[in-house]
Design a protein around this ligand. Structure first.
Ligand code: FEO
Length: 164
């Protein structure tokens, strides 16, 4: 079955969103570097890498289905935030936005009766649960730290242990 033009466009748009996610987290990583928080910078760098992996899943899937990958410009991410809490709050908001987009894509695949795409997207539905949870976990820890410099120092060290 051929990929419908509508679905092909929507999958290409999501490829772009995943690349933007990588850009956003890389911008957050740069912000943490500048703020002297190398552990958090490392955490965001690993997150950015994961997003490139997500983008490549869309890249490969469109090709597998004999569709055409059309790369679009990636918009500028922000460069400044109001502090550690703000960064992770924005990251959570972004992941919630991505989850909504995956749900919308699922609805479209269903409408177009494209079961293969529906199945392909199921991986992302589960992944989004993980994505939201990992950011929420950090936010919970930030809440515990409550502006304590020692707490932030230890949290930075802990987050720096993330490799992928
Ligand atoms: Fe690709 Fe963080 O969702």
């Amino acid at each position: 079955m051929e990929l419908s033009k509508k679905l092909e466009k929507a999958l290409n748009d999501q490829l772009n969103e995943e690349l933007y996610s990588a850009y956003l987290y890389l911008a957050m990583s740069a912000y943490f570097e500048a703020e002297g928080l190398p552990g958090m910078a490392q955490w965001m760098r690993a997150q950015a890498k994961e997003e490139v992996g997500h983008a490549m899943k869309f890249f490969d899937y469109i090709n597998e289905r004999n569709g055409r990958v059309i790369l679009q410009a990636v918009k500028n991410p922000p460069a400044e935030w109001k502090g550690v809490k703000d960064v992770f709050e924005q990251a959570l908001k972004h992941e919630q936005h991505i989850s909504q987009r995956i749900y919308d894509l699922m609805d479209l695949a269903h409408k177009e009766k494209d079961h293969a795409t529906h199945e392909f997207l199921e991986w992302f539905v589960e992944e989004q649960v993980e994505e939201e949870k990992s950011v929420q976990d950090v936010l919970d820890k930030i809440k515990l730290v409550q502006d304590s410099p020692t707490g932030f120092y230890l949290l930075d060290q802990e987050l720096g242990e993330r490799k992928e």
